[in-house]
Design a protein around this ligand. Structure first.
Ligand code: NAP
Length: 499
């Protein structure tokens, strides 16, 4: 970032072995925000080898849970000390507003605190072996060398969901942020050094996933791969890792339904209708829709659809776009020119499929925004589930609207996706709410709310949204092997073979 080396391998900071670098672009204005080292496959192999040595020969895996817990708390303290700097890096790199970035850093801190406390309270399980002379225990050990691959939309947040439990479990690791947004993770790795993470425990490389992928995933020295990103990449990684029977956890995309029932009127204007409009709007357009759990499919009861969608479109038109560093901005740009091209191609597709464009569908006209990769909040009404715009993850500020006439149809539509990451339900009928949240096949379901999560509750997807869980106790268990120890305190001959 500043001419200093950006790769951390075996405790040493170094440049890429071929001297390669990459320009990091600020999506709000298209300017080069930083130049960082771009790792080569050899750097990636070195990083995995360093993590292997640190796991097999270092003392990290044998540290007490108390020591690891204390380290995680120290990291949390440093994250709060550096909160403002980290938040600014996140905003410059991703385009999201500074307010969102600050929340991200607080959330990252909470994840470290949560795992610091959880691991400190872990106890082995004693089971009844059926013989009083036998002490039978089930213990958890670190899984080993982990490869942690994160996407660009929540760079440090997604990485922290991996690094915190991996450290808590006693693993060593290679962290690879997205090539597009590595800045906060580089700063974070320096902070880990300061906190006292031993050399080789956390190795950092950044660079093109396609180039580095084979060294990280087609590698028998790796015990576990935790990947967050798109479905196509997840498939490639799972296929590659299968060759070595390497455990893989996949956190993939989503096409998340938000079901709105007509009874929201019963709760009164403010907490019923207005709150629903507001949550649907925020659920899809926050961070310009670049959120895996964005509520991109509004599924609404026919009797209120016209009025509700008109209110939504009016509010969408007033969303203030701008540089995330400007406190007046309510949402920032898309992450890159290439990604905006993809979003624009989906808008063209929606129109050609016959969806009715009722908001956005274009870049903003404001000349101040012309240098950035901005795209206006877009709504397509009169959609149906045969449309690709309804089924595929656009990962941009695009909402599609489908209508239903009864509860069964709402649930059928809500489950009609290959994904299953998240869903929202809005109703004032408590019994209906409980029925519908149970019927929906998604990893997180919000009832009369949208978008929130906590480090204490598991996060992950049904269907093609993935196959693992992050956060919560399961998020730690992903980084642990389970061992059964059978200890016979009164050994005697088995007496099976008598000859
Ligand atoms: P992506 O293109 O799949 O990339 C994700 C990460 O994988 C990046 O670090 C990327 O590196 C790397 N990568 C690419 N090809 C690889 C390969 N062959 N081997 C190993 N690594 C490889 O996804 P993205 O565009 O960054 O992120 C958006 C996607 O992430 C969306 O689908 C979104 O829904 C999903 N997501 C899911 C969650 C969740 O919790 N389920 C959370 C956030 C995002 P480069 O960037 O260097 O190419």
């Amino acid at each position: 970032m500043d001419g200093d080396p950006d790769l951390c391998i075996g405790g040493a900071w170094r440049h890429a072995c071929d001297g390669g670098t990459r320009d990091i672009i600020n999506p709000a204005n298209g300017a080069v925000a930083a130049v960082v080292d771009e790792a080569t496959p050899q750097d990636a192999l070195d990083a995995v080898a360093a993590a292997r040595v640190a796991f097999d020969q270092g003392g990290w895996r044998a540290t007490s849970v108390a020591e690891r817990s204390a380290l995680l708390h120290r990291i949390a303290d440093l994250l709060q000390r550096d909160k403002e700097d980290l938040a600014r890096l996140e905003t410059v790199d991703t385009g999201k507003t500074l307010a969102e970035s600050r929340i991200d850093i607080d959330d990252v801190t909470s994840v470290f605190r949560y795992y610091a406390n959880l691991v400190a309270s872990e106890a082995e399980r004693v089971v009844d072996a059926g013989d009083p002379a036998v002490i039978s225990r089930v213990i958890r050990e670190p899984i080993g060398v982990c490869v942690l691959i994160a996407p660009w939309n929540y760079p440090l947040l997604q990485m922290s969901w991996k690094v915190a439990p991996a450290l808590a479990a006693g693993c060593t690791m290679v962290a690879k942020p997205s090539e597009v947004t590595p800045l906060s993770t580089i700063a974070f790795a320096k902070l880990l050094d300061e906190a006292g993470v031993p050399p080789g425990v956390v190795n950092l490389i950044q660079g093109s996933g396609a180039t580095l992928g084979p060294a990280l995933t087609d590698n028998p020295q790796v015990d576990f791969i935790s990947f967050t990103g798109g479905l196509a990449t997840g498939r490639t990684i799972a296929r590659t890792a299968a060759e070595h029977v390497t455990k893989v956890a996949l956190e993939l995309g989503g096409k998340n339904p938000h079901l709105v029932f007509a009874d929201i009127r019963d709760a009164g204007r403010e907490s019923g209708w207005d709150a629903a409009v507001d949550h649907v709007l925020t659920g899809v357009f926050l961070h310009s829709g670049q959120v895996c759990s964005a509520g991109t499919r509004l599924i609404i009861e026919e009797s209120i659809a016209d009025e509700f969608v008109a209110d939504l479109a009016a509010r969408a038109a007033t969303i203030r776009m701008g540089d995330g560093l400007d406190p007046a901005s309510e949402t920032g740009p898309l992450v890159s020119a290439q990604h905006r091209d993809k979003v624009e191609s989906y808008v063209r597709l929606g129109i050609s499929e016959g969806a009715q464009l009722i908001a956005g569908g274009c870049r903003p006209e404001d000349p101040v925004l012309a240098g950035g990769y901005f795209y206006r909040p877009t709504i397509f009404d009169r959609c149906d589930r045969s449309m690709r715009i309804v089924q595929e993850e656009t990962f941009g500020p695009i909402l599609t609207v489908e209508r239903f006439t009864d509860e069964a149809e709402a649930v059928t539509l809500g489950n009609d996706t290959e994904y299953g990451l998240a869903a929202g339900v809005r109703t004032t009928d408590t019994a209906r709410g409980e029925r519908v949240v149970r019927a929906l096949r998604h990893g997180t379901v919000w009832l009369n709310d949208f978008g929130y999560y906590t480090a204490a509750a598991e996060w992950g997807g049904f269907g093609r949204s993935g196959n693992g869980r992050e956060l919560g106790p399961t998020g730690l268990a992903e980084y642990q092997e389970i061992k059964h120890i059978w200890h016979n305190t009164a050994p005697a001959a088995a007496g099976w073979f008598t000859g």
